[in-house]
Design a protein. Sequence first.
Length: 393
Amino acid sequence: MTPGRPAAAPDVADRATAGFSQGYDAQPAGRWAAPGRVNLIGEHTDYNDGFVLPFALPLRTVVAAGPQPGERWTVRSEIADRPVDFGAAEADSPGRVTGWGGYVAGVVWALREAGYAVPGARLAIASDVPLGSGLSSSAALEAAVLTALADLGGLDLPAAHRPRLAQRAENGYVGAPTGIMDQSAVLRCRAGHALFLDCRDESVEHIPFDLDAAGLAILVIDSRAPHRHADGEYASRRAACERAADLLGVPALRDVPVADLDAALDRLPDDETRRRVRHVVTENQRVRDTVELLRAGRVPEIGPLLTASHASMRDDFEITVPEIDTAVEAALAAGALGARMTGGGFGGCILALVGADRSDAVATAVRAAYAERGFTAPTTLTALPAPGTTRLP
Ligand code: GLA
């Protein structure tokens, strides 16, 4: 998926270890791996207290780490020439450490704010999760660092609290107003399963998602579309949803049942707000319907729900871009059972549910449609649900 990396490149865990030993002239105390994720369905529902259904990717970020005296953190990354180094004063000032180092400082900040004695540490990062493709490379980094620091410091950090802490790093330190989905996915997913998450109470159900047994595959296609205004548009969608919930007198849009949707829409002042609300309310229902079908082992039947989710994001929530719509249309025309954009929108990836033997044909059709329109060629990967964050042996 990462263009330019030779096929025989060393394993990501070996690269993290090598980064540590070369950078610090010492062996790490351990290595922690966190995956990227795709969301099967349930977009822009998390910050509306709703439902999501992501699964972890086999692409991982690995952090090799060891202790360092005092309140000092040094971080090396294979994508940077120089290490980032910070102490308590920088960690305690949100936004002070910028760029990729900000996610690491943000985790230290969130842990310290929650009252944990965060051990000083040296870290080295390597990653196969592509950056800026909407596959949660930032959540993977946060999760790997959080788990490494918790283990190094022997912190009593219940697994169920970890996603909120990682999310706080992103919201409070880096300054991105994202929901709880990505951090929950990378920390809590299990191999072979999708994670059905209730974003209000953070309860989860691991839903078996055996694509091989169903003779199916999920093709993930990176649209390569430049992220245009993604941050501002994300924040404005979130604000619109919160305003609409206020107008409807509910704590969050999750509290509008799909059966009451028409009555709720009648009470809203303008067409744009009505369309935003319709997306969120119907999307929550599509997540529940998808879960029902998966529980019943009727995997191929989720296809139309994926496609309906895409139409809702395109027409009602208005977060797709031409590259993304082209990829979805081409995948469907080439026989995908369903296809949709995954992630926050304005670029990023689409996923297509395809017969296992149709993967190549669908990928080829998307590439051809791209070439016809003069878009930068997309990259593809077939995704099987992988484990969440772990300490490596
Ligand atoms: C981004 C955010 C998530 C979620 C999705 C949209 O990935 O980080 O919290 O809101 O967008 O579903």
